[in-house]
Every structure is written in structure tokens, then in C-alpha cells.
Design a protein around this ligand. Structure first.
Ligand code: NAD
Ligand code: ZN
Ligand code: ZN
Length: 358
């Protein structure tokens, strides 16, 4: 009699239904695939956007396993996955593209030329992700070595770290000495945005949130000034720049209120960077909400070289993710707490299960 090894996974099985924690057979890696034994998987606000999505809103076929922020070690490798050893530890680069276009060829899979025709946005977003004991990664090129970095740190860095890094790196030429930026929403992404701004730019950082504990986290992350969202937050931000306005706004909320606030706070020639998917709209007219010379951008996730840079920053101690850890069996309550605004920093699932290596 052969025993089939089982492995827990948190799956979206039907649109609009709560995700289900189920037992699956441990997958066998084929071709270039690598089987990762998951050590940690972060929970992102985007997971809630997926769970809340209407059936025809996203192109992802169900069922699939959630989890797009993953770190772990190699449990097995397919026959064509060369140069990889069982036990090696990696962070998973999540925004898998087609793997063939010009963008994917240089590791900019987040802007894959064929994104519009793919039925996934990446690991855990239409393809099986890492809120599980095991995860199949299609190719070794999506794995970034982490050495002895704590997995609960490495996992959130693959999105909550990488996405702000990508957004900030695009502006480092502009964010010189004497500049000021605003970070709106100091959750998983926002608190790392503040740390990254402090690590790679000389900018002064103003942080805005609706929660006092998030502002305390902003302060610990290096923010120079923190303020609760209020009707006159635009004035508060302008006053902090002697009326000039801020050079850039990184909006990690993206609702009507924060987009309007960001536009109001901006200096002429400034950058409004919308990262949050909070459903808000900003109507661009001329003249309109944006100042003269204003730029609006919509960065998505980040590139492979940027993930290497983020992991390197963390390994030298310059990034510190504030985490709340949960076992995989408590995934539902972790999701509920995130929805209720009761997570400080990043919630991270730490799957525990029988068998370290198959
Ligand atoms: P999070 O829940 O960890 O943090 C959000 C923070 O915003 C919280 O601290 C919350 O208190 C604060 N907030 C809520 N309403 C606010 C308001 N009106 N004013 C100021 N602060 C407010 O979320 P997260 O995981 O950091 O994700 C942030 C957003 O970014 C989400 O919409 C997510 O879907 C999106 N996201 C986008 C990308 C991308 O590639 N563009 C990648 C990851 C996440
Ligand atoms: Zn995410
Ligand atoms: Zn591609």
C-alpha cells in the first residue's frame, strides 16, 4: 500500500465564498519546477480584495491556493531544475509573467507584455501560492537566495517590501536632499516604504494614517512627522513644507479621500504614486486636482533585480518588518483581524506540519 502524503493549503474554491483550509497531495515537481517547503507566507490587503471580488472581476480560474508573499526551502526539484540543492532557502518572486516576452526576459515580469492575456497576476493570484505547507514554483529564476534571513522577514519583503521599493526607486533621481514625501497608509507596505525612503533617499518623510498604532509604527520606521487623517490633512501636509507642498505622495490606500488628499498636498511638478487598490477615483482635468507638471503613476509590484536589492538591504539590517505570526490553521482569524484593521505591520502565516523534507 502506498501512502499519499498530504499537505495543508488555504484555497479560494469559489468566488465570494470564504477560503477553505484543505489537505492536498504534496505536488511532485516536473521539468523546471521547484517544490518549496513553505516557512512563511505574508497576508496582504490584496488578498482581501481578491476574496471580496465579484465572480467576473478577475481572470483567475478557481480553485487556487492563496499566498503571494512566500519564503521557504527547497524540498525537491524537477529533472530540468539545475543548480539547486534540497534545503537551500529562498524568497519567491511572485509576479510571474509569460516567461517569454522581452520584459520577462530581463526579470521585469511584473510588467509582462502578455499580462492582459494571462489568467493570473502571479503566485497566489490565479496560480497556486504559498499559504500552504508546500508550493510549486515554475522555475528557479523566481527564487532569490535569503541565506539565514528569518523567513517571516523574507516573505513580506517579496511584496510589502518589493512594491514600495519599486515605487520609490523610480523616483530616486528626483528625491534629492531637501525634498519631502508623504506616505499615506502605514500598514504592511507603508511601514516598509518609510524604511526604504530613509535607506535610499535623503527625503523627509511625513506619514498619514487613521490609526494611532500605525502612526507609532511610522515613527519607529523613521518618519519625521506623523498625522492622523482629518478633513484638513492637506493643509497639515502643506504647512509641514512651509506651504510649498510635498515632492511626492505614496498612497497605500487609494480611496477617494486619500487620492484627493494626495493631489492637494502635492507641489508643482510633484509625483502622485498610487499603490493602493482602495477603489477610489481621481478625475484628471486641466486645470484639475493635480498641480502643474504633476505626474500620476500606478506601479505594480516590482522586478527581480529589485527583489535582490530589497533582500540585500534586509540582510544588512536596514529593513525590519514588523510582523504578527499565525499558524496556517489560524489563517481565517488572521484575515479577519486584517479586515478589522487590527494588524500592526504584516500578518505572517507560519505553516507547521509533519515532515521537514520529503
Ligand atoms: P494594510 O491593511 O496592511 O495597510 C493599510 C493601512 O492604511 C492601514 O494602516 C490603515 O489603517 C490605513 N488606512 C486605511 N484608510 C486610511 C485613510 N483613509 N487614510 C490613511 N490611512 C488609511 O494594507 P497593505 O497590505 O499594506 O496594502 C495597501 C494597499 O496596497 C492595498 O490596497 C493593497 O491591495 C495594495 N497593494 C498594491 C500593490 C501594487 O503592486 N500596486 C501591491 C501590494 C498591495
Ligand atoms: Zn500583495
Ligand atoms: Zn512576459
Amino acid at each position: 500500500m502506498t501512502t499519499v502524503r498530504k499537505s495543508g493549503a488555504l484555497r479560494l474554491t469559489a468566488w465570494g465564498a470564504p477560503p477553505r483550509l484543505v489537505d492536498l497531495e504534496v505536488p511532485v515537481p516536473r521539468d523546471t519546477e521547484v517544490l518549496i517547503r513553505v516557512e512563511a507566507a505574508g497576508i496582504c490587503q490584496s488578498d482581501l480584495h481578491v476574496l471580496d471580488a465579484a465572480a467576473d472581476h478577475l481572470p483567475y480560474p478557481v480553485p487556487f491556493t492563496l499566498g503571494h508573499e512566500v519564503a521557504g526551502h527547497v524540498a525537491a526539484a524537477g529533472p530540468a531544475a539545475t543548480g539547486i540543492a534540497v534545503g537551500e532557502r529562498f524568497a519567491v518572486y511572485g509576479p510571474w509573467g509569460c516567461g517569454q516576452c522581452g520584459r520577462c526576459a530581463i526579470g521585469h515580469d511584473n510588467y509582462c507584455d502578455r499580462r492582459g492575456s494571462l489568467s493570473w497576476s502571479g503566485a497566489g493570484l490565479g496560480r497556486d501560492g504559498g499559504m500552504a505547507e508546500h508550493m510549486l514554483v515554475p522555475d528557479r529564476r523566481y527564487l532569490v537566495p535569503i541565506g539565514d534571513l528569518d523567513a517571516a522577514q523574507a516573505a513580506p519583503l517579496t511584496d510589502a517590501g518589493l512594491t514600495p521599493y519599486h515605487a520609490i526607486a523610480a523616483l530616486t533621481g528626483k528625491l534629492r536632499e531637501g525634498t519631502t514625501v508623504a506616505v499615506i497608509g502605514v500598514g504592511g507596505l507603508g511601514h516598509l516604504a518609510i524604511q526604504i525612503l530613509k535607506a535610499i533617499t535623503p527625503s523627509r518623510v511625513l506619514a498619514v494614517d487613521v490609526r494611532d498604532d500605525a502612526l507609532e509604527l511610522a515613527h519607529r520606521s523613521g518618519a519625521d512627522l506623523t498625522t492622523l487623517t482629518r478633513p484638513d490633512s492637506g493643509k497639515v501636509l502643506r504647512a509641514a513644507t512651509e506651504g510649498t507642498g510635498v515632492d511626492a505622495v505614496f498612497d497605500f490606500v487609494g480611496n477617494d479621500e486619500t487620492l484627493a488628499l494626495g493631489a492637494r498636498a502635492l507641489r508643482a511638478g510633484g509625483d502622485l504614486v498610487r499603490v493602493g487598490s482602495g477603489g477610489g477615483q481621481l478625475t484628471i482635468t486641466k486645470p484639475g486636482p493635480l498641480p502643474q507638471g504633476g505626474t500620476l503613476s500606478l506601479p505594480f509590484w516590482g522586478t527581480q533585480p529589485e527583489l535582490h536589492a530589497v533582500i540585500a538591504l534586509a540582510r544588512t539590517g536596514r529593513l525590519r518588518v514588523e510582523t504578527e505570526l499565525f499558524p496556517l490553521s489560524a489563517a481565517h482569524s488572521a484575515l479577519d483581524r486584517l479586515r478589522a484593521g487590527r494588524i500592526r505591520g504584516r500578518a505572517v502565516l507560519v505553516p507547521t506540519g509533519p515532515g521537514e523534507l520529503p
